[in-house]
Each structure stands twice: as structure tokens, then as C-alpha cells.
Design a protein around this ligand. Structure first.
Ligand code: BTN
Length: 328
């Protein structure tokens, strides 16, 4: 079910009166529905954890807000950002990437964001799943329509990594590192994954979907036993729970910052930020390229996002896909 409908509008009006009551008459006038309909929505909001006081002569007052993704709540403070100017929040959905693709195919605007509280068919890389329980993490997908050729689309993976790293860093004292190409790690364990999907013609990008999953408040028992990599959450590493709404706002702001920068100045600044946050540059690694192993020293990223290695055979070997393991 999508959020951000009548209940979202009611919350928006509450927020515009943070220190006082909003009368039922005003709500019903502003939203064009009966006072009984307002009452019904207020009851629904209470069931979702919003504490709303009702006083017959004064109206309603919002006392406490639960940590849920509601489009209008999230839009507050985003300002004039391109990312998030259209926002869709789901209580649950199959996969935010699937929903974002649907919106993109219907022509949604550049910067449209889809967020879910829970995914029933969360997707990971290489056909794997992404465990997506309710109420604890961030699952979101952003539709971008940059005026770039299809061969440059992979640059956006690094843009989303840099923005996600900064949003996680702002949660606490720990600075995450980035593992080429799609993972974000806290103390060597995977805390976030990126799944970017491209729709393009030969010459140009139609749209790119940046899928971002961040383990925020997940506890050890919520991780499946058979994960390929050691995984963690911000809560497990810092001991402090993260307010998901605040995290989502911050992430969208960082994405907006980097996207505007990218559109104006190209890939170079993103590449520099990525290399700064990737602790692999200068290290000896082994890369498993679908069963073929490559060994070398990481020297950086190429302009299309390929990993650059200095190997025994070549001073500049380009790796387009593979799993990296550090040797030194
Ligand atoms: C990975 O395998 O590391 C990538 C995981 C990406 C998960 C996110 S959660 C939001 C978005 N919707 C999905 O179905 N997948 C991505």
C-alpha cells in the first residue's frame, strides 16, 4: 500500500501547526473531505503509532511521530532538491526497483524516489535476494534521467556509493569504506548494497534506477545464516539506533548534492570522492572474474567505473566485473 495520500496530507497540515491544535473544520475544508473522513484517518494514524490528541473544542494535535516513511513527512526539509521532488512511499512492496521501473516506464520525472518499509522480493546483485524486514532498514530506488551516453551509466553506481557512504557516516562516529563496485562496509562487514539498473538505447540513457539498501537497525538474528559476505547494521556497529526518516532525508540530500555536481562538472569529482573512500587503492588484491582470477595492485578507477590494476602482465589492467578480495 502506498503512503502519502490523505493521511500524509493530514500530517503535513499538523506539521504546519507544530505547537498547536488544528481544527477538524480546517482539515476538512483544506482537504475537501468530511469531518468524519478526517476522524477515520486520524484513527488509522493512531493505529500506526502516531500520538494524536483530540479535544472537542479545539481539534487535533500531533504529539509524537513514529519512525515511518511517509512521503509528505519526508519531503519536509528536503527543500528544492531535484532528488525526491516526486516521492512514493510503500508500507510494503515487492521491490522498490521494480516499482521505480514501472514509474520510469510511465514517464516519471528525473529524481523520482520510491521507498518501502518492507520488501517482499528485495533484489540483490547477480540474481540474489536482499533480505528486507519491516521497520528497521532503508530500501529505496531513485529514477535518474541524465543526458549521458549509455557507456557512462555505470558512473552513477559510484555516485550512489559516495552519497550513501556520507549518509551512513553522518549516523555516528564510524566512517564506512567502499568496496568495488557496489558494497559499503563498516569495519569490513557489508552494511549497504547498491543495485543499479539501466534502460538505454545505443546512444543515450533513457533512465537509470539507483537501488539502495542500507542495514540501519537490523539485529543479528534478522540476518540469514547463509550470507556470502559478513554483514552488519549501523546499530550493530555503533550501538545506537538510527532514525530512519532522518537517514532517508540525509541520503536524498547527499544524492542531490552529488547528482547536481555530476551534471555540472562530470564524473571527475565523484571519482575522486570514491577513490578517497575506497581503502583498496594501493592494496594487493585478487579479483574473481567469473572463475578467472586476476592478481594485482589497485591503482584507481577508470572513467567508466572499471577497476584499474597493476599486474605482472600490464601496468593498467581494466576489470569490468568481479568479486574483489584484499591480499595485503
Ligand atoms: C547487493 O546485492 O548488494 C545489492 C542490494 C540492493 C538492495 C536494494 S534495497 C532497495 C532496492 N530494491 C531492491 O529490490 N534492491 C535494491
Amino acid at each position: 500500500m502506498a503512503r502519502g495520500d490523505l493521511s500524509g496530507k493530514i500530517l503535513k497540515l499538523f506539521r504546519e501547526q507544530p505547537a498547536g491544535f488544528v481544527s477538524g473544520a480546517l482539515l476538512s475544508r483544506e482537504l475537501g473531505v468530511t469531518r468524519a473522513a478526517i476522524w477515520k484517518q486520524v484513527e488509522r494514524l493512531r493505529q500506526r503509532g502516531y500520538q494524536i490528541e483530540a479535544v472537542s473544542s479545539k481539534g487535533y494535535q500531533l504529539l509524537e511521530t513514529p519512525d515511518l516513511f511517509v512521503a509528505d513527512e519526508l519531503a519536509a526539509d528536503l527543500g528544492n532538491t531535484r532528488i525526491g521532488r516526486q516521492l512514493v512511499c510503500f508500507e510494503d512492496t515487492d521491490s522498490t526497483n521494480v516499482q521505480a521501473r514501472r514509474l520510469a516506464e510511465d514517464g516519471c520525472a528525473d529524481g523520482t524516489v520510491v521507498i518501502a518499509d518492507r520488501q517482499t522480493a528485495g533484489r540483490g546483485r547477480l540474481g540474489r535476494g536482499w533480505v528486507s524486514p519491516a521497520g528497521v532498514n532503508f530500501y529505496g530506488s531513485i529514477v535518474l534521467r541524465p543526458p549521458i551516453p549509455a557507456v557512462e551509466a555505470s558512473q552513477l553506481t559510484f555516485l550512489s556509493a559516495v552519497a550513501t557512504r556520507e549518509a551512513i557516516a553522518a549516523c555516528g562516529a564510524l566512517l564506512p569504506t567502499m568496496k568495488w563496485p557496489n558494497d559499503i562496509l563498516l569495519l569490513g562487514r557489508k552494511v549497504a548494497g547498491l543495485l543499479n539498473e539501466l534502460d538505454a538505447e545505443t546512444e543515450r540513457v533513457n533512465f537509470v534506477i539507483l537501488g539502495i539498501g542500507v542495514n540501519l537497525n537490523m539485529t543479528a538474528d534478522q540476518f540469514p545464516a547463509d550470507l556470502r559476505y559478513p554483514a552488519t547494521s549501523v546499530l550493530l556497529e555503533t550501538g545506537t539506533p538510527v532514525l530512519r526518516l532522518t537517514f532517508a532525508r540525509r541520503l536524498l540530500q547527499r544524492l542531490d548534492h552529488w547528482y547536481q555536481h555530476y551534471l555540472q562538472d562530470g564524473f571527475e569529482p565523484v571519482l575522486r570522492a570514491w577513490e578517497e573512500g575506497c581503502d583498496l587503492v594501493g592494496s594487493e588484491v585478487e579479483v574473481d572474474c567469473r572463475g578467472i582470477l586476476r592478481r594485482g595492485t589497485v591503482t584507481g578507477l577508470d572513467s567508466d567505473g572499471a577497476l584499474l590494476l597493476r599486474t605482472a602482465a600490464s601496468p593498467r589492467e581494466r576489470i569490468l566485473a568481479g568479486d574483489v578480495r584484499r591480499l595485503s
